[in-house]
Design a protein around this ligand. Sequence first.
Ligand SMILES: Cc1cc2nc3c(=O)[nH]c(=O)nc-3n(C[C@H](O)[C@H](O)[C@H](O)COP(=O)(O)OP(=O)(O)OC[C@H]3O[C@@H](n4cnc5c(N)ncnc54)[C@H](O)[C@@H]3O)c2cc1C
Length: 461
Amino acid sequence: MRNGEVSYWWQARSVPPRRPSLPGGTEADVCIVGGGYTGLWTAYYLKQADPGLRVVVLESNFAGFGASGRNGGWVTAALPGSRARYARTPRGREGVRELERQLRETVDEVARVCAAEGIDAGLVKGGTLTVATSAAQDARLRQRLAAERDWGDGPGIVRYLEKEELDGRLRVTGAAGALYFPDCARVQPADLAAGLAEAVTRAGVRLYEATPVTSISAGRADTAAGQVRAPYVLRCAEGFTAAMPGQHRTLLPMNSSMIITGPLSDEAWKSIGWDGFETLSDEAHAYIYAQRTPDGRIALGGRGMPYRFGSELDVDGAIAPSTVTQLGRILRRMFPAAAQAGIDHAWCGVLGVPRDWCATVTLDPRTGLGWAGGYSGHGVAAANLAGRTLADLVRGLASPLTTLPWVDHHSPRWEPEPARWAGVHGLYALYRTADRLESARRSPRTSVLARAGDLISGIPR
Ligand SMILES: Cc1cc2nc3c(=O)[nH]c(=O)nc-3n(C[C@H](O)[C@H](O)[C@H](O)COP(=O)(O)OP(=O)(O)OC[C@H]3O[C@@H](n4cnc5c(N)ncnc54)[C@H](O)[C@@H]3O)c2cc1C
Protein backbone atom coordinates (compact mmCIF):
# COMPACT_ATOMS: atom_id res chain seq x y z
CA MET A 1 0.00 0.00 0.00
CA ARG A 2 1.32 3.46 -0.90
CA ASN A 3 1.00 6.16 1.71
CA GLY A 4 1.06 9.90 1.03
CA GLU A 5 2.91 10.87 -2.17
CA VAL A 6 0.37 13.73 -2.26
CA SER A 7 -2.56 11.52 -3.32
CA TYR A 8 -3.66 8.52 -5.35
CA TRP A 9 -5.29 10.97 -7.76
CA TRP A 10 -1.92 12.50 -8.66
CA GLN A 11 -0.03 9.22 -8.73
CA ALA A 12 -2.66 7.70 -11.06
CA ARG A 13 -2.01 10.39 -13.66
CA SER A 14 1.60 11.03 -12.54
CA VAL A 15 2.73 14.31 -11.04
CA PRO A 16 3.55 16.69 -13.90
CA PRO A 17 7.00 18.24 -14.34
CA ARG A 18 7.19 21.53 -12.41
CA ARG A 19 6.40 24.69 -14.29
CA PRO A 20 9.09 27.38 -14.01
CA SER A 21 9.30 29.31 -10.76
CA LEU A 22 9.16 33.10 -10.61
CA PRO A 23 12.38 34.26 -12.31
CA GLY A 24 12.51 37.64 -10.48
CA GLY A 25 10.45 40.71 -9.66
CA THR A 26 7.58 41.45 -12.02
CA GLU A 27 4.35 43.40 -12.41
CA ALA A 28 0.80 42.25 -13.03
CA ASP A 29 -2.75 43.52 -12.87
CA VAL A 30 -3.78 40.70 -10.53
CA CYS A 31 -1.54 38.47 -8.43
CA ILE A 32 -3.09 35.28 -7.08
CA VAL A 33 -1.39 33.38 -4.25
CA GLY A 34 -2.16 29.64 -4.38
CA GLY A 35 -2.71 27.38 -7.36
CA GLY A 36 -5.65 25.29 -6.14
CA TYR A 37 -9.19 25.45 -7.48
CA THR A 38 -9.88 28.88 -5.93
CA GLY A 39 -6.81 30.52 -7.45
CA LEU A 40 -7.14 28.75 -10.80
CA TRP A 41 -10.87 29.42 -11.22
CA THR A 42 -10.33 33.10 -10.32
CA ALA A 43 -7.56 33.35 -12.92
CA TYR A 44 -9.72 31.51 -15.45
CA TYR A 45 -12.72 33.83 -15.15
CA LEU A 46 -10.58 36.98 -15.06
CA LYS A 47 -9.03 35.98 -18.39
CA GLN A 48 -12.38 34.97 -19.84
CA ALA A 49 -13.79 38.38 -18.97
CA ASP A 50 -10.76 40.40 -20.05
CA PRO A 51 -8.09 38.53 -22.02
CA GLY A 52 -5.80 41.55 -21.81
CA LEU A 53 -5.46 41.37 -18.01
CA ARG A 54 -2.00 40.43 -16.77
CA VAL A 55 -2.67 37.65 -14.25
CA VAL A 56 0.09 35.95 -12.26
CA VAL A 57 -0.47 32.86 -10.05
CA LEU A 58 2.20 32.05 -7.47
CA GLU A 59 2.15 28.48 -6.18
CA SER A 60 4.50 27.19 -3.50
CA ASN A 61 4.54 23.63 -4.81
CA PHE A 62 2.65 22.67 -7.97
CA ALA A 63 -0.87 23.55 -9.11
CA GLY A 64 -3.26 21.14 -7.38
CA PHE A 65 -0.76 20.14 -4.66
CA GLY A 66 -3.22 21.06 -1.88
CA ALA A 67 -6.75 19.89 -1.16
CA SER A 68 -7.69 20.45 -4.81
CA GLY A 69 -5.58 17.46 -5.85
CA ARG A 70 -6.43 15.27 -2.86
CA ASN A 71 -10.17 15.58 -2.18
CA GLY A 72 -13.09 13.17 -2.36
CA GLY A 73 -14.10 14.41 -5.82
CA TRP A 74 -17.58 15.57 -4.88
CA VAL A 75 -18.57 18.59 -6.93
CA THR A 76 -21.26 19.30 -4.41
CA ALA A 77 -23.86 22.04 -4.14
CA ALA A 78 -23.80 21.67 -0.33
CA LEU A 79 -23.67 25.03 1.41
CA PRO A 80 -20.25 25.71 2.95
CA GLY A 81 -21.63 26.93 6.24
CA SER A 82 -24.83 27.51 8.14
CA ARG A 83 -28.04 28.84 6.64
CA ALA A 84 -28.93 30.47 9.95
CA ARG A 85 -25.63 32.36 10.09
CA TYR A 86 -25.71 33.55 6.49
CA ALA A 87 -29.35 34.55 7.03
CA ARG A 88 -28.17 37.17 9.56
CA THR A 89 -26.78 39.21 6.65
CA PRO A 90 -28.95 42.00 5.14
CA ARG A 91 -30.54 39.79 2.46
CA GLY A 92 -31.74 37.31 5.11
CA ARG A 93 -33.25 34.00 4.01
CA GLU A 94 -33.67 35.15 0.43
CA GLY A 95 -29.89 35.67 0.19
CA VAL A 96 -29.24 32.18 1.53
CA ARG A 97 -31.63 30.66 -0.99
CA GLU A 98 -29.90 32.57 -3.78
CA LEU A 99 -26.46 31.33 -2.63
CA GLU A 100 -27.80 27.77 -2.60
CA ARG A 101 -29.33 28.22 -6.07
CA GLN A 102 -26.00 29.55 -7.37
CA LEU A 103 -24.17 26.57 -5.86
CA ARG A 104 -26.54 24.15 -7.59
CA GLU A 105 -25.93 25.90 -10.90
CA THR A 106 -22.21 25.76 -10.24
CA VAL A 107 -22.21 21.96 -10.54
CA ASP A 108 -23.35 22.43 -14.16
CA GLU A 109 -20.93 25.31 -14.68
CA VAL A 110 -17.98 23.08 -13.73
CA ALA A 111 -19.26 20.47 -16.19
CA ARG A 112 -19.68 23.14 -18.87
CA VAL A 113 -16.10 24.39 -18.53
CA CYS A 114 -14.73 20.83 -18.49
CA ALA A 115 -16.48 20.20 -21.79
CA ALA A 116 -15.48 23.57 -23.28
CA GLU A 117 -11.81 23.23 -22.28
CA GLY A 118 -11.44 19.54 -23.03
CA ILE A 119 -10.83 18.64 -19.37
CA ASP A 120 -11.46 14.92 -18.96
CA ALA A 121 -11.92 14.61 -15.20
CA GLY A 122 -14.36 11.70 -15.27
CA LEU A 123 -17.21 14.04 -14.33
CA VAL A 124 -20.57 12.30 -13.91
CA LYS A 125 -23.51 14.15 -12.37
CA GLY A 126 -25.13 11.29 -10.49
CA GLY A 127 -26.24 13.20 -7.41
CA THR A 128 -25.29 12.36 -3.85
CA LEU A 129 -26.66 9.89 -1.31
CA THR A 130 -26.48 10.24 2.47
CA VAL A 131 -27.26 6.82 3.91
CA ALA A 132 -28.43 5.97 7.41
CA THR A 133 -26.77 2.86 8.81
CA SER A 134 -28.49 2.91 12.22
CA ALA A 135 -31.89 3.86 13.59
CA ALA A 136 -30.41 7.01 15.15
CA GLN A 137 -28.89 8.05 11.82
CA ASP A 138 -32.21 7.41 10.10
CA ALA A 139 -34.02 9.61 12.61
CA ARG A 140 -31.49 12.39 11.93
CA LEU A 141 -31.96 12.01 8.19
CA ARG A 142 -35.70 12.46 8.52
CA GLN A 143 -35.19 15.53 10.75
CA ARG A 144 -32.83 16.91 8.15
CA LEU A 145 -35.40 16.34 5.43
CA ALA A 146 -37.98 18.24 7.46
CA ALA A 147 -35.50 21.11 7.89
CA GLU A 148 -34.84 21.15 4.13
CA ARG A 149 -38.57 21.38 3.48
CA ASP A 150 -38.85 24.25 6.01
CA TRP A 151 -36.29 26.10 3.92
CA GLY A 152 -38.42 25.52 0.85
CA ASP A 153 -36.38 22.74 -0.78
CA GLY A 154 -38.79 20.41 -2.57
CA PRO A 155 -38.27 16.87 -3.93
CA GLY A 156 -36.38 18.22 -6.96
CA ILE A 157 -33.60 19.28 -4.56
CA VAL A 158 -33.72 16.53 -1.95
CA ARG A 159 -35.85 13.48 -1.29
CA TYR A 160 -35.88 10.46 0.99
CA LEU A 161 -35.21 7.05 -0.57
CA GLU A 162 -36.71 4.07 1.21
CA LYS A 163 -34.40 1.07 1.54
CA GLU A 164 -35.81 -0.65 -1.53
CA GLU A 165 -35.21 2.31 -3.80
CA LEU A 166 -31.76 2.85 -2.32
CA ASP A 167 -30.86 -0.81 -2.87
CA GLY A 168 -31.82 -0.39 -6.52
CA ARG A 169 -29.02 2.17 -6.81
CA LEU A 170 -26.44 1.03 -4.31
CA ARG A 171 -26.27 -1.68 -1.66
CA VAL A 172 -24.62 -0.59 1.61
CA THR A 173 -24.67 -3.07 4.49
CA GLY A 174 -27.17 -2.07 7.16
CA ALA A 175 -28.54 0.92 5.27
CA ALA A 176 -32.08 1.81 6.33
CA GLY A 177 -32.69 4.60 3.81
CA ALA A 178 -31.02 7.66 2.36
CA LEU A 179 -31.40 11.27 1.38
CA TYR A 180 -30.79 11.88 -2.31
CA PHE A 181 -29.64 15.26 -3.65
CA PRO A 182 -29.36 15.32 -7.46
CA ASP A 183 -27.03 18.35 -7.60
CA CYS A 184 -23.65 16.72 -7.18
CA ALA A 185 -21.11 15.31 -9.61
CA ARG A 186 -18.18 12.97 -9.18
CA VAL A 187 -14.75 13.91 -10.54
CA GLN A 188 -11.15 12.74 -10.44
CA PRO A 189 -9.89 15.79 -8.51
CA ALA A 190 -6.31 15.92 -9.81
CA ASP A 191 -7.51 15.60 -13.40
CA LEU A 192 -9.70 18.64 -12.78
CA ALA A 193 -6.85 20.62 -11.19
CA ALA A 194 -4.38 19.66 -13.93
CA GLY A 195 -6.87 20.45 -16.69
CA LEU A 196 -7.68 23.82 -15.15
CA ALA A 197 -4.00 24.70 -14.78
CA GLU A 198 -3.51 23.93 -18.47
CA ALA A 199 -6.59 25.96 -19.41
CA VAL A 200 -5.40 29.05 -17.55
CA THR A 201 -1.87 28.91 -18.94
CA ARG A 202 -3.34 28.49 -22.44
CA ALA A 203 -5.34 31.64 -21.76
CA GLY A 204 -2.12 33.52 -20.98
CA VAL A 205 -2.01 33.38 -17.18
CA ARG A 206 1.58 33.25 -15.87
CA LEU A 207 1.56 30.32 -13.42
CA TYR A 208 4.79 30.06 -11.42
CA GLU A 209 5.32 26.88 -9.39
CA ALA A 210 7.81 26.14 -6.60
CA THR A 211 7.36 29.79 -5.62
CA PRO A 212 6.26 30.21 -1.98
CA VAL A 213 4.95 33.64 -1.08
CA THR A 214 6.52 34.85 2.16
CA SER A 215 4.27 37.85 2.76
CA ILE A 216 1.37 39.72 1.25
CA SER A 217 0.69 43.44 1.58
CA ALA A 218 -1.21 46.08 -0.39
CA GLY A 219 0.12 46.08 -3.94
CA ARG A 220 2.64 43.27 -3.52
CA ALA A 221 3.40 39.61 -2.86
CA ASP A 222 6.94 38.81 -1.71
CA THR A 223 8.89 35.70 -2.63
CA ALA A 224 12.54 34.71 -2.29
CA ALA A 225 12.94 35.36 -6.01
CA GLY A 226 11.48 38.87 -5.87
CA GLN A 227 8.25 40.80 -5.60
CA VAL A 228 5.16 40.68 -7.72
CA ARG A 229 3.65 44.17 -7.77
CA ALA A 230 -0.05 44.29 -8.59
CA PRO A 231 -2.99 46.53 -7.62
CA TYR A 232 -4.90 43.36 -6.65
CA VAL A 233 -3.39 40.57 -4.57
CA LEU A 234 -5.67 37.62 -3.77
CA ARG A 235 -4.94 35.02 -1.10
CA CYS A 236 -6.28 31.62 -2.22
CA ALA A 237 -4.48 29.21 0.09
CA GLU A 238 -7.39 27.76 2.14
CA GLY A 239 -6.01 25.06 4.49
CA PHE A 240 -2.49 26.52 4.20
CA THR A 241 -3.56 30.02 5.28
CA ALA A 242 -2.57 29.50 8.92
CA ALA A 243 1.10 29.32 7.90
CA MET A 244 1.00 32.84 6.43
CA PRO A 245 2.14 35.86 8.44
CA GLY A 246 -0.71 37.32 10.49
CA GLN A 247 -3.18 34.58 9.51
CA HIS A 248 -2.49 31.98 12.17
CA ARG A 249 -6.02 32.11 13.60
CA THR A 250 -8.05 32.85 10.46
CA LEU A 251 -8.71 29.31 9.14
CA LEU A 252 -8.05 26.07 10.99
CA PRO A 253 -6.27 23.50 8.80
CA MET A 254 -8.62 20.55 9.33
CA ASN A 255 -7.22 17.24 8.26
CA SER A 256 -9.15 14.75 6.14
CA SER A 257 -7.86 11.31 5.20
CA MET A 258 -8.64 8.97 2.33
CA ILE A 259 -8.07 5.40 1.22
CA ILE A 260 -8.65 3.83 -2.17
CA THR A 261 -9.16 0.17 -3.02
CA GLY A 262 -7.71 -1.73 -5.92
CA PRO A 263 -10.04 -2.18 -8.91
CA LEU A 264 -13.13 -4.18 -7.92
CA SER A 265 -14.11 -7.30 -9.86
CA ASP A 266 -17.24 -7.34 -12.03
CA GLU A 267 -18.73 -9.73 -9.45
CA ALA A 268 -18.17 -7.23 -6.66
CA TRP A 269 -19.74 -4.40 -8.66
CA LYS A 270 -22.71 -6.62 -9.45
CA SER A 271 -23.34 -7.16 -5.75
CA ILE A 272 -22.81 -3.47 -4.86
CA GLY A 273 -24.53 -1.80 -7.81
CA TRP A 274 -23.57 1.90 -7.92
CA ASP A 275 -24.10 2.22 -11.67
CA GLY A 276 -25.26 5.83 -11.25
CA PHE A 277 -21.91 6.97 -9.77
CA GLU A 278 -23.63 8.90 -6.98
CA THR A 279 -21.25 10.25 -4.37
CA LEU A 280 -21.92 8.72 -0.98
CA SER A 281 -21.76 9.66 2.69
CA ASP A 282 -23.33 8.40 5.89
CA GLU A 283 -25.13 10.29 8.64
CA ALA A 284 -22.61 9.49 11.39
CA HIS A 285 -21.37 12.45 13.45
CA ALA A 286 -17.84 11.68 12.25
CA TYR A 287 -19.13 10.95 8.76
CA ILE A 288 -17.41 9.28 5.82
CA TYR A 289 -17.56 10.25 2.16
CA ALA A 290 -16.96 8.02 -0.86
CA GLN A 291 -17.14 7.69 -4.61
CA ARG A 292 -16.97 4.98 -7.26
CA THR A 293 -13.95 6.16 -9.22
CA PRO A 294 -13.63 6.42 -12.99
CA ASP A 295 -11.13 3.53 -12.87
CA GLY A 296 -13.46 1.14 -10.99
CA ARG A 297 -12.32 1.52 -7.39
CA ILE A 298 -13.89 2.83 -4.21
CA ALA A 299 -12.31 5.94 -2.70
CA LEU A 300 -13.43 6.59 0.88
CA GLY A 301 -12.53 9.38 3.23
CA GLY A 302 -13.10 10.41 6.82
CA ARG A 303 -11.62 12.55 9.51
CA GLY A 304 -8.74 10.37 10.82
CA MET A 305 -6.58 12.63 12.95
CA PRO A 306 -8.60 15.84 12.75
CA TYR A 307 -6.01 18.48 13.52
CA ARG A 308 -2.29 18.80 14.30
CA PHE A 309 -1.14 20.94 17.21
CA GLY A 310 -0.10 24.46 16.19
CA SER A 311 -1.80 24.11 12.78
CA GLU A 312 1.07 21.96 11.58
CA LEU A 313 0.63 20.47 8.12
CA ASP A 314 1.08 16.90 6.85
CA VAL A 315 4.16 15.90 4.87
CA ASP A 316 3.08 15.17 1.30
CA GLY A 317 -0.17 13.60 2.53
CA ALA A 318 1.28 10.73 4.62
CA ILE A 319 -1.17 9.34 7.22
CA ALA A 320 -0.92 7.18 10.34
CA PRO A 321 -1.45 3.41 9.93
CA SER A 322 -4.20 3.58 12.57
CA THR A 323 -6.24 5.87 10.30
CA VAL A 324 -5.86 3.43 7.40
CA THR A 325 -7.07 0.64 9.68
CA GLN A 326 -10.03 2.71 10.87
CA LEU A 327 -11.14 3.72 7.35
CA GLY A 328 -10.51 0.18 6.04
CA ARG A 329 -12.79 -1.23 8.73
CA ILE A 330 -15.59 1.16 7.71
CA LEU A 331 -15.10 0.32 4.03
CA ARG A 332 -15.34 -3.44 4.64
CA ARG A 333 -18.36 -3.00 6.91
CA MET A 334 -20.22 -0.97 4.30
CA PHE A 335 -19.03 -2.98 1.28
CA PRO A 336 -17.93 -6.51 2.24
CA ALA A 337 -17.60 -7.31 -1.47
CA ALA A 338 -14.85 -4.69 -1.78
CA ALA A 339 -12.58 -6.47 0.71
CA GLN A 340 -10.97 -8.65 -1.96
CA ALA A 341 -9.71 -5.54 -3.76
CA GLY A 342 -7.48 -4.52 -0.84
CA ILE A 343 -6.30 -0.97 -0.22
CA ASP A 344 -3.85 0.44 -2.75
CA HIS A 345 -3.15 3.91 -1.43
CA ALA A 346 -3.86 6.22 1.53
CA TRP A 347 -3.30 9.95 1.90
CA CYS A 348 -4.58 13.09 3.59
CA GLY A 349 -4.85 16.82 3.10
CA VAL A 350 -6.03 19.98 4.79
CA LEU A 351 -9.16 22.01 4.25
CA GLY A 352 -9.82 25.45 5.74
CA VAL A 353 -12.36 25.79 8.55
CA PRO A 354 -13.37 29.22 9.87
CA ARG A 355 -14.42 29.59 13.51
CA ASP A 356 -18.12 29.76 12.52
CA TRP A 357 -17.73 27.21 9.68
CA CYS A 358 -18.98 29.76 7.10
CA ALA A 359 -16.95 30.61 4.00
CA THR A 360 -15.87 34.08 2.91
CA VAL A 361 -15.23 35.79 -0.44
CA THR A 362 -13.92 39.31 -0.04
CA LEU A 363 -11.97 42.12 -1.67
CA ASP A 364 -11.08 45.42 -0.03
CA PRO A 365 -11.25 47.97 -2.84
CA ARG A 366 -9.02 50.42 -0.90
CA THR A 367 -6.07 48.04 -0.51
CA GLY A 368 -6.76 45.67 -3.41
CA LEU A 369 -6.31 42.74 -1.00
CA GLY A 370 -8.80 39.90 -1.23
CA TRP A 371 -9.26 36.27 -0.39
CA ALA A 372 -11.68 33.37 -0.60
CA GLY A 373 -11.92 30.11 1.32
CA GLY A 374 -13.09 28.47 4.51
CA TYR A 375 -15.39 26.12 2.64
CA SER A 376 -15.26 23.64 5.57
CA GLY A 377 -15.00 20.55 3.37
CA HIS A 378 -17.45 21.67 0.67
CA GLY A 379 -14.95 23.48 -1.51
CA VAL A 380 -14.92 21.84 -4.92
CA ALA A 381 -17.94 23.57 -6.46
CA ALA A 382 -17.77 26.48 -3.99
CA ALA A 383 -14.27 27.39 -5.22
CA ASN A 384 -15.66 27.84 -8.73
CA LEU A 385 -18.40 30.17 -7.49
CA ALA A 386 -15.90 31.98 -5.26
CA GLY A 387 -13.52 32.36 -8.21
CA ARG A 388 -16.24 33.87 -10.39
CA THR A 389 -17.19 36.19 -7.53
CA LEU A 390 -13.61 37.32 -6.91
CA ALA A 391 -13.24 37.99 -10.63
CA ASP A 392 -16.36 40.22 -10.55
CA LEU A 393 -15.12 42.02 -7.43
CA VAL A 394 -11.72 42.70 -9.01
CA ARG A 395 -13.43 44.09 -12.11
CA GLY A 396 -15.58 46.34 -9.94
CA LEU A 397 -18.82 44.79 -11.16
CA ALA A 398 -22.01 44.82 -9.13
CA SER A 399 -23.22 41.38 -10.24
CA PRO A 400 -25.69 38.87 -8.78
CA LEU A 401 -22.63 37.14 -7.31
CA THR A 402 -21.17 40.12 -5.47
CA THR A 403 -24.19 40.46 -3.19
CA LEU A 404 -24.31 36.82 -2.07
CA PRO A 405 -24.28 36.48 1.72
CA TRP A 406 -20.76 35.00 1.92
CA VAL A 407 -19.31 38.15 0.32
CA ASP A 408 -17.51 40.16 3.04
CA HIS A 409 -18.59 37.62 5.67
CA HIS A 410 -16.50 38.00 8.83
CA SER A 411 -15.82 34.89 10.91
CA PRO A 412 -14.37 35.22 14.39
CA ARG A 413 -10.74 34.18 14.90
CA TRP A 414 -9.83 30.76 16.32
CA GLU A 415 -8.64 30.49 19.91
CA PRO A 416 -4.89 30.32 20.49
CA GLU A 417 -3.27 26.98 21.35
CA PRO A 418 -3.67 24.78 23.31
CA ALA A 419 -7.42 25.61 23.39
CA ARG A 420 -7.69 25.12 19.63
CA TRP A 421 -6.13 21.66 19.69
CA ALA A 422 -8.13 20.58 22.76
CA GLY A 423 -11.40 21.87 21.28
CA VAL A 424 -11.05 20.03 17.96
CA HIS A 425 -9.86 16.78 19.54
CA GLY A 426 -12.57 17.01 22.22
CA LEU A 427 -15.20 17.51 19.52
CA TYR A 428 -14.16 14.42 17.59
CA ALA A 429 -13.84 12.32 20.76
CA LEU A 430 -17.48 13.19 21.52
CA TYR A 431 -18.59 12.49 17.96
CA ARG A 432 -16.85 9.11 17.86
CA THR A 433 -18.29 8.11 21.23
CA ALA A 434 -21.77 9.08 20.02
CA ASP A 435 -21.25 7.06 16.82
CA ARG A 436 -20.01 4.02 18.77
CA LEU A 437 -23.03 4.10 21.08
CA GLU A 438 -25.38 4.51 18.14
CA SER A 439 -23.99 1.54 16.27
CA ALA A 440 -24.32 -0.50 19.50
CA ARG A 441 -27.97 0.68 19.57
CA ARG A 442 -27.40 2.52 22.85
CA SER A 443 -28.42 5.89 21.57
CA PRO A 444 -30.50 7.80 24.14
CA ARG A 445 -27.62 10.07 25.19
CA THR A 446 -25.85 10.35 21.86
CA SER A 447 -27.68 13.45 20.78
CA VAL A 448 -26.54 15.13 24.02
CA LEU A 449 -22.93 14.11 23.35
CA ALA A 450 -23.07 15.26 19.75
CA ARG A 451 -24.76 18.53 20.71
CA ALA A 452 -22.02 19.11 23.29
CA GLY A 453 -19.54 18.57 20.46
CA ASP A 454 -21.37 21.08 18.28
CA LEU A 455 -21.28 23.65 21.07
CA ILE A 456 -17.52 23.19 21.60
CA SER A 457 -16.83 23.51 17.92
CA GLY A 458 -19.32 26.20 17.06
CA ILE A 459 -20.67 23.98 14.28
CA PRO A 460 -24.02 25.49 13.50
CA ARG A 461 -27.07 23.27 13.20
C1 LIG B 1 -9.05 14.83 1.85
C2 LIG B 1 -10.00 15.93 1.45
C3 LIG B 1 -11.24 15.60 0.91
C4 LIG B 1 -12.11 16.60 0.49
N1 LIG B 1 -13.24 16.25 -0.17
C5 LIG B 1 -14.03 17.21 -0.70
C6 LIG B 1 -15.10 16.86 -1.55
O1 LIG B 1 -15.29 15.70 -1.90
N2 LIG B 1 -15.92 17.86 -2.00
C7 LIG B 1 -15.71 19.17 -1.66
O2 LIG B 1 -16.50 20.02 -2.07
N3 LIG B 1 -14.64 19.53 -0.92
C8 LIG B 1 -13.78 18.60 -0.47
N4 LIG B 1 -12.67 18.95 0.22
C9 LIG B 1 -12.35 20.38 0.35
C10 LIG B 1 -11.83 20.96 -0.97
O3 LIG B 1 -10.94 20.07 -1.57
C11 LIG B 1 -11.13 22.31 -0.73
O4 LIG B 1 -12.01 23.15 -0.01
C12 LIG B 1 -10.74 23.01 -2.00
O5 LIG B 1 -9.98 22.16 -2.83
C13 LIG B 1 -9.94 24.26 -1.65
O6 LIG B 1 -9.32 24.77 -2.81
P1 LIG B 1 -8.31 25.96 -2.64
O7 LIG B 1 -7.78 26.28 -3.98
O8 LIG B 1 -8.98 27.08 -1.90
O9 LIG B 1 -7.18 25.40 -1.67
P2 LIG B 1 -6.04 24.31 -2.01
O10 LIG B 1 -6.45 23.36 -3.04
O11 LIG B 1 -5.58 23.76 -0.72
O12 LIG B 1 -4.92 25.17 -2.68
C14 LIG B 1 -4.13 26.09 -1.97
C15 LIG B 1 -2.80 26.17 -2.70
O13 LIG B 1 -2.03 27.22 -2.13
C16 LIG B 1 -0.68 26.82 -2.14
N5 LIG B 1 0.02 27.63 -1.14
C17 LIG B 1 -0.06 27.51 0.20
N6 LIG B 1 0.72 28.42 0.80
C18 LIG B 1 1.30 29.15 -0.20
C19 LIG B 1 2.23 30.22 -0.23
N7 LIG B 1 2.75 30.75 0.90
N8 LIG B 1 2.64 30.70 -1.43
C20 LIG B 1 2.15 30.18 -2.57
N9 LIG B 1 1.28 29.15 -2.60
C21 LIG B 1 0.85 28.65 -1.43
C22 LIG B 1 -0.73 25.34 -1.81
O14 LIG B 1 0.44 24.66 -2.23
C23 LIG B 1 -1.97 24.89 -2.56
O15 LIG B 1 -1.68 24.40 -3.86
C24 LIG B 1 -11.76 17.98 0.67
C25 LIG B 1 -10.53 18.31 1.23
C26 LIG B 1 -9.65 17.30 1.61
C27 LIG B 1 -8.32 17.68 2.19
